[in-house]
Design a protein around this ligand. Structure first.
Ligand code: XUL
Ligand code: MN
Length: 345
């Protein structure tokens, strides 16, 4: 097994303030400067950006101001030796995206979504990344009769084609999630996303991002999703985290709920060579609401530490012995072998 080192990242939204639908923030807002300083200090290499993470209040700024601010951000990132891993249009906050973005029933709102996506591609160019992440937050329905799923797919393909035509180098990475905020999302799994890629004008430039919690919410095993995407050469980014069953999207620290699943995810990354083409391991995790400000980075540093400790476990796993048990169909022994390995001496 070829050994390589991994590069880590997170987004400014991962240092959130603790608000949920039932209560206000529990920590005072931190500045972007502080977040950037923490990133480098704690062994992370890159930051993820929604368009309005890069340029706050982006909808109320002129094109020239947006370009100026993005260039200034790029200069700062370069100065600190931090890469921008991706840009993602935040298409779920604005009044224009109440009924969805690319699949809204209102054509002017669909246009807003496309314009904002094309501008995000321009931001990605300035920030030096060729990856546009598309979490299709509101592309789905609350009630089945509100939209036509086949038409929605056509609208998604048309939107993606415009993005692909806008910039010949940009790669679109779809981040599937089966529900929340919608009852049902149109692209709930990696299989759906890759099938849709085939309908676009340049399928080579349409891939995926896997988030552990989203796969679990779809009733799938994140490690199998990783294997599936990587067999197509299409896993271009990754949001590792954890999720305790079928409930709201929890974004828990990586490995905190199911250590064995975390081990399996890393095993799959290792055997497929994730990261060898420069891909990052991102942690899309949030602090628990109870977290005190002085412990604000712990969910991220803990996720990174768990990843690295489990990576050692994966690399020390006796694959030959495991293979023998597979050949002998002794899965009971294989099961215990994994458990003993995780428990240690
Ligand atoms: C939503 C989610 C987003 C995306 C980025 O569940 O995971 O934070 O990762 O837009
Ligand atoms: Mn995510």
């Amino acid at each position: 097994m070829a050994k390589h080192s991994y590069k880590f990242c997170f987004g400014p939204w991962n240092l959130s303030e603790g608000q949920d639908p039932y209560g206000p923030p529990t920590r005072p807002a931190q500045s972007f400067d502080w977040k950037l300083a923490q990133l480098k200090k704690h062994g992370f290499d890159a930051m993820m950006f929604h368009d309005d993470d890069a340029v706050p209040d982006i909808d109320n700024k002129s094109e020239s101001q947006i370009r100026r601010e993005t260039k200034a951000l790029k200069k700062r990132l370069d100065g600190e030796g931090i890469a921008a891993e991706m840009v993602a249009p935040r298409l779920w906050f604005a009044p224009e995206t109440i009924d969805g973005a690319y699949t809204s029933n209102d054509p002017t709102h669909r246009q807003y979504a496309i314009d904002r996506s094309l501008r995000s591609i321009d931001l990605a160019n300035i920030l030096g990344t060729d990856i546009l992440i598309l979490w299709l937050a509101r592309e789905g329905t609350y009630i089945r009769e509100a939209k036509d799923a086949r038409r929605a797919l056509d609208l998604l393909v048309a939107a993606f084609d415009q993005m692909l035509a806008h910039d010949k180098k940009i790669r679109l990475a779809i981040e599937p999630k089966p529900n929340e905020p919608m009852d049902h999302a149109y692209l709930p799994t990696i299989g759906h996303a890759l099938a849709l890629a085939h309908k676009t004008s340049d399928q080579e430039r349409v891939g995926v991002l896997i988030e552990s919690a989203h796969a679990i919410l779809a009733g799938l095993d994140p490690a199998d999703e990783i294997d599936f995407a990587m067999s197509f050469g299409k896993l271009w980014s990754l949001h590792l985290n954890d999720q305790n069953g079928l409930k709201y999207d929890q974004d828990r620290p990586f490995g905190c709920t199911n250590l064995r699943s975390a081990f399996d995810q890393i095993r799959s990354l290792e055997r497929n060579g994730y990261g060898k083409k420069g891909e990052f391991v991102c942690f899309d995790v949030h602090p628990f609401r109870t977290t005190r400000p002085e412990h604000w980075m712990a969910h991220l540093t803990n996720s990174r530490r768990t990843f690295l400790r489990l990576l050692d476990k994966v690399r020390a796993f006796d694959e030959k012995a495991a293979q023998k048990l597979v050949v002998g169909r002794d899965y009971q022994a294989l099961d215990q072998m994994v458990i003993e390995h995780l428990l240690g001496e």
